[in-house]
Design a protein around this ligand. Structure first.
Ligand code: GTP
Ligand code: MG
Length: 494
């Protein structure tokens, strides 16, 4: 997401780089580019003007002119101001400690209300609160069925009435009663949407609002619709006094305008973001991480949280212990690959690591998932004993494994050789926490080592480096950094 704004903003900010001293006129010139980048991303005009004025003012202040690394400070100021633009945010859903809390969802047609009801219910359930869903959309014939399917997927009761003889206000009133009777903790009302904002829709929502008095009124907005999403947020807020926005479809190719302007235009914070169709694809909205993502600074914290959620903690500890003892086997290796794959595509994972976004783009047709499947295929063809102790694998075993996975015996040998090298490296990494390990992985990737078996197939765009070469590459980088520093100092003296 946000690829184009990230690109154009970093181009704009790059124009500051390498300039020894930044003058007011160069700042203004660069800010013009920042302004265009934001407008292209469909951020509301007034917001852009304000934003640029604030950043310019801060940037031309003494702090920057006297600073050591002006370009970094300007990026820092833009980062700060982006955070201020989108925040602050309070993720709480005003859940009562005793009794029933009521959440009303509203939004335009197709914005993702029904799906998001399911996502929220799932989230609440995971935190130990019993959710209850009410199908108050009698507009669309299939809407009730859709909510029932979602309810059964997450194991949540769904209240519905016959649309022919009922109306949304009555459904909500009865639904809330039923939720109370069953002892649920939170009831979520899935209301109807319209293609455009109209007075009928607003009236219906106001009636529901008056009838049941929700604790939270949340607006579901489709991020792909840019300024339309922002305008709808304004209209809904005028009619209902929203408590928060949930911005959906941020996994798609959105330009970022909605995420950047909703809070500033309406005063209503984005509480959650939808990042996929599945019911587990709901995340808390963090302005700082979003700002980082927009600036191409990656999103290591999200990745860290995701990793914590998806990884089997005990299994990780077991593997860690085995690594420390140098007992990491092919079996463990296969398990670890499976865990990594649970996090998502390698390309997406890399985009979340600061500085690696562009590497992910440069990957071209390289296919790490395919490569992992291939390696898994080889390991699958081994017997458990072979996985524990690869030394058992002699010529005839090797031919058998190759036949089993449809590969050449040489490819098996190559994997084994690389595995031996990797196990050693992992032993070194085993004392690190996940964050440091990710950092090391990043270093390895930069040196072309991320993909242990890659050179088996992707010779054309993979350098064939071993651990020694990695160390050399690191030294080289260090020297380059030092040289650049010296050059900067020289520039400043001039
Ligand atoms: N990619 C993606 N798709 C989403 C997300 N949230 C919802 N969708 C999809 O958007 C479409 C519409 O979602 P619904 O939940 O039916 O939207 P709605 O607002 O209830 O629609 P109406 O009831 O017709 O007003 C569905 O195909 C969902 O799968 C998201 O975060 N990412
Ligand atoms: Mg719906």
């Amino acid at each position: 997401m946000f690829e184009s704004i990230t690109q154009s903003l970093s181009d704009a900010l790059l124009s500051f780089r390498g300039v020894g001293k930044i003058s007011e006129s160069s700042i203004r010139e660069g800010m013009q580019q920042v302004r265009n980048a934001l407008l292209e991303a469909d951020v509301a005009y007034d917001i852009v003007q304000d934003f640029v004025a604030r950043v310019t003012e801060k940037s031309v202040g003494e702090r920057v002119l006297k600073s050591l690394r002006p370009e970094e400070q300007i990026v820092g100021i833009v980062h700060e101001e982006l955070i201020a633009l989108m925040g602050p945010v309070d993720h709480s859903l005003a859940i009562r400690r005793d009794g029933l809390s009521i959440i009303m969802m509203c939004g335009l047609q197709g914005s993702g209300k029904t799906t998001t009801c399911g996502k929220l219910a799932r989230r609440l359930k995971e935190s130990g609160i019993t959710p209850f869903l009410v199908a108050a959309d009698l507009q669309r014939p299939a809407a009730i069925e859709q909510l029932k399917v979602i309810g059964s997927q997450i194991g949540c009761s769904v209240y519905a009435e016959d649309p022919a003889s009922s109306n949304p206000v009555q459904v909500c009133r009865n639904g809330v009663k039923e939720a109370k009777r069953t002892g649920a903790g939170v009831v979520i009302l899935d209301t109807a949407g319209r293609l455009h904002i109209d007075s009928d829709l607003m009236q219906q929502l106001q009636q529901i609002d008056t009838a049941v008095g929700p604790d939270q009124a949340l607006l579901v907005c489709d991020a792909m619709t840019g300024q339309d999403a922002v305008n709808s947020a304004r209209a809904f807020n005028d009619a209902l006094e929203l408590d928060g926005v949930i911005l959906t479809k941020l996994d798609g190719d959105t330009r970022g305008g909605a995420a950047l302007s909703v809070k500033a235009v309406t005063g209503v914070p984005i509480k959650f973001i939808g990042v996929g169709e599945q019911l587990d694809r709901l995340e808390e909205f963090h302005p700082d991480r979003m700002a980082g993502r927009i600036l191409g600074m990656g999103d290591i914290v999200s990745l860290y949280e995701k990793a914590q959620r998806e990884f089997d903690e005990e299994e990780m500890l077991r593997q860690q212990e085995r690594m420390q003892k140098g007992k990491f086997t092919l079996e463990d290796f296969r398990k670890q690959m499976r865990q990594i794959r649970k996090l998502g595509s390698m390309r997406d994972i890399m985009k979340m690591i600061p500085g690696m976004g562009s590497i992910a783009d440069q990957m071209g047709d390289a296919n790490p998932e395919g490569e992992m499947s291939r390696i898994e295929g080889i390991i699958d063809s081994m017997t458990p004993a072979e996985r524990q102790n690869p030394d058992l694998i002699d010529r005839s075993r090797r031919s058998r494994i190759a036949r089993g996975c449809g590969m050449e015996p040489a490819e098996i040998s190559k994997l084994l050789k690389e595995f031996a090298g990797m196990a050693k490296m992992m032993q070194g990494m085993s004392n690190m926490g996940l964050k440091d390990r990710l950092k090391t992985m990043r270093g390895l990737t930069e040196a072309g080592m991320m993909n242990p078996g890659a050179e088996l197939v992707e010779k054309k765009n993979r350098s064939q480096r071993g651990p020694r070469d990695t160390a050399i590459a690191r030294e080289k980088k260090k020297k380059q950094r030092k040289d650049a520093q010296k050059a900067r100092k020289r520039n400043r003296k001039r």
